[in-house]
Ligand binder design. Structure first.
Ligand code: NDP
Length: 294
């Protein structure tokens, strides 16, 4: 069997085009430009790259972006006072605090301080709480898991009644992904580093979401034939033949998994491009909320 390839680049482009059209309409109808503020604490090169690419995408779609960088030794008060300034700024619709924060900072307190209506990352405990509860809807859904749901939908994967296995339970990917899939009526199993027999769970999964951070850990022979595989992992592995000396691989061994799966996301070009696209969509939504309150 050869799996359907779920093309995250194409789906993300579709989402971005829709956002750009709505941003242009908003300017025309309401003379209003959505704004995203990014907060970077310290100079971690990977975080700085993520922030830059988010800012560049804002520019491409007509969203205003304002970058704030604080030194690595910024105090809790420095970070929270910047967030409260941004909470009060009417030109800022979304606030994105780039994680992880330096270890001396209390991440939970920082995320709590973001106004619920500007929480475009969807990590505020009230938004996460609403995601977990039956009959409640969060204002914003965390971007990476939301992107995974859009990919499943676009690929025509039925979630209702499906056995879904999520490998990984992080606050930013695994856990919200599990909550989204159960909201979409899947029967959800969350696996993690203490799971006794991962393969036993994987073998009965109609949907597998891998968010582990271990290169190519899940092999084709661990999967049920026909399963839909969403590979969130982004890992660098040395490759002397590659121009940069490394290549990116997922948490799933793509070649062997594609032989068994019914559908699969590649790495790169699967979930990766969806994360920023969903952030843009959330920023637009934050601006719509602001306009509705004017
Ligand atoms: P974390 O390190 O926060 O979480 C990893 C999870 O995997 C943990 O729950 C851990 O279990 C579990 N785990 C570790 N080892 C095993 C194992 N042997 N068997 C089963 N489960 C295991 O990672 P993140 O969720 O932040 O990221 C996961 C991956 O996704 C990374 O490769 C990251 O780069 C990528 N990523 C990609 C994004 C994108 O835009 N595409 C966005 C965010 C992340 P335990 O809880 O027991 O420790």
């Amino acid at each position: 069997m050869s799996a359907q390839i779920i093309d995250g680049k194409a789906v993300a482009a579709k989402v971005r085009d829709q956002v750009a059209v709505k941003v242009a309409e908003m300017k025309e109808k309401h003379n209003y430009t959505p704004g995203l503020a990014t907060v970077l604490v310290g100079e971690d090169p990977a975080s700085a790259t993520y922030v830059r690419s988010k800012q560049r995408m804002c520019e491409r779609l007509g969203i205003r972006s304002v970058g704030h960088t604080l030194p690595a030794d910024a105090s809790q008060e420095d970070v929270e006072s910047l967030v409260s300034q941004l909470n009060a700024d009417p030109e800022v619709n979304g606030i994105l605090v780039q994680l992880p924060l330096p270890k001396h900072l209390d991440e939970e307190a920082v995320l709590n301080s973001i106004s619920l209506e500007k929480d475009v990352d969807g990590f505020h405990p009230v938004n996460i709480g609403r995601l977990a509860m039956k009959g409640r809807e969060p204002l914003f859904i965390p971007c990476t898991p939301h992107g995974c749901m859009v990919l499943l939908e676009d690929a025509g994967v039925e979630t209702s009644g499906a056995e879904a296995v999520i490998v990984g339970r992080s606050n930013i990917v695994g856990l919200p992904m599990a909550m989204l899939l159960q909201k979409a009526n899947a029967t959800v199993t969350i696996c993690h580093s203490r799971t006794k027999d991962l393969v036993e769970h994987l073998k009965r999964a109609d949907i597998v979401v891998a968010a582990i951070g271990i290169p190519e850990m899940i092999k084709g022979d661990m999967l049920k034939p026909g399963t839909a595989v969403i590979d969130v992992g982004i890992n660098r592995v040395d490759d002397p033949e590659a121009k940069r000396g490394y290549r990116l691989v997922g948490d799933v061994d793509y070649d062997s998994a594609a032989e068994v799966a019914g559908a699969i996301t590649p790495v790169p070009g699967g979930v990766g491009p969806m994360t920023i696209a969903m952030l843009m969509q959330n920023t637009l939504r934050a601006a719509e909320i602001a306009i509705s309150k004017q």
